[in-house]
Design a protein around this ligand. Structure first.
Ligand code: NAD
Length: 271
């Protein structure tokens, strides 16, 4: 059920790869709440063609953009304001990829070219989005920009390798740009730190299934799903959260504040 929270708002939603993607769910919810938006993803990701289904469902134009290419991002923002008929009110950055994680490289054996790619794709791209938006003056006053992150930015998770460093940088960019954009245009910038979620990016991490079950047993409310995440992101795009900025917001069923749960204690109890 929609509440009309995004009625009349325009935006860009990146990162919808298939129907499991967090961005896919955000697009469906944003549509339900009355928003109009463009969809974007890396040209290579579009070859799968899945995004066409979402575009049709949401009546959205797809604008291919590699998140590492400034030129692509410039086109993404200028074309989006053109087709949507005005400046934007929200932007979702839902982009992450580490070749080191993909190829099972441990933290003590990183390939440094791939490390640069992880940072470029997963963190620096967020800065590029905002710098381009600022230069084009593409976002309305009180607009909202959200990126998705993971708690490994603050606490070590052995399997997260160089993505932890990329996420720490992403969250820092949210604070630094949040300050700047707040002063300039009252635009807010936040990161949402999401539970482990069964998506292409999530599943690419070694031991993900076991960890998903562990997190489920730790969090008093259980893991937050991609649908739950979409609900939360929509509130951050809405006018109900206009004074929330520069925050890293945990959306994880309480996992991040739990030391140990009764269920996990039970699991490790000697026979
Ligand atoms: N799945 C999880 O457990 C989890 C938990 C916390 C945070 N996140 C974050 O949520 C975000 C979305 O991931 P997801 O879980 O929905 O997985 P996903 O695989 O569906 O989405 C990741 C997206 O990044 C896109 N991408 C990769 N390289 C790109 C590039 N060069 N240019 C443009 N786009 C590119 C992919 O095409 C894909 O659409 C990521 O930032 C991820 O780190 C995921």
């Amino acid at each position: 059920m929609g509440y009309g929270l995004l009625k009349g708002k325009r935006g860009i939603i990146s990162g919808a790869l298939d129907e499991n993607s967090i961005a896919w769910k955000v697009a469906q919810r944003a549509k339900e709440e009355g928003a109009i938006f463009t969809l974007t993803n890396a040209p290579i990701a579009m070859r799968m063609g899945e995004i066409n289904k979402l575009a049709e469902e949401c009546n959205a134009e797809i604008i291919p953009a590699d998140a590492t290419s400034l030129e692509d991002i410039e086109k993404l923002f200028s074309r989006s304001t053109e087709v949507l008929g005005g400046k934007l009110d929200f932007v979702l950055h839902s982009i992450g990829m580490s070749p080191n994680v993909r190829k099972g490289k441990e933290y003590g054996d990183l390939n440094y070219d791939w490390y640069k790619q992880s940072i470029d794709i997963s963190a620096m791209s967020f800065h590029k989005f905002m710098q381009v938006a600022e230069k084009q003056d593409a976002i309305n006053e009180w607009g909202s920009i959200v990126a998705l992150t993971y708690m490994a930015a603050q606490r070590t998770f052995s399997f997260y390798s160089d993505m932890a460093d990329a996420k720490a940088m992403l969250e820092s960019i949210a604070r630094s740009y949040g300050y700047r954009y707040g002063k300039l245009k009252n635009v807010r910038v936040n990161t949402v730190s999401q539970s482990p979620t069964k998506t292409r990016a999530g599943g690419g991490i070694g031991g993900f299934d076991h960890f998903y079950e562990f997190a489920e047993k730790m969090a008093p409310l259980g893991n937050a799903s991609a649908d739950d995440c979409a609900d939360y992101v929509v509130t951050l795009f809405s006018d109900l959260t206009r004074k929330v900025t520069m925050q890293n917001l945990f959306h994880d069923g309480g996992f991040s504040m739990t030391g140990i749960s009764a269920e996990v204690l039970e699991m490790i109890k000697p026979e």
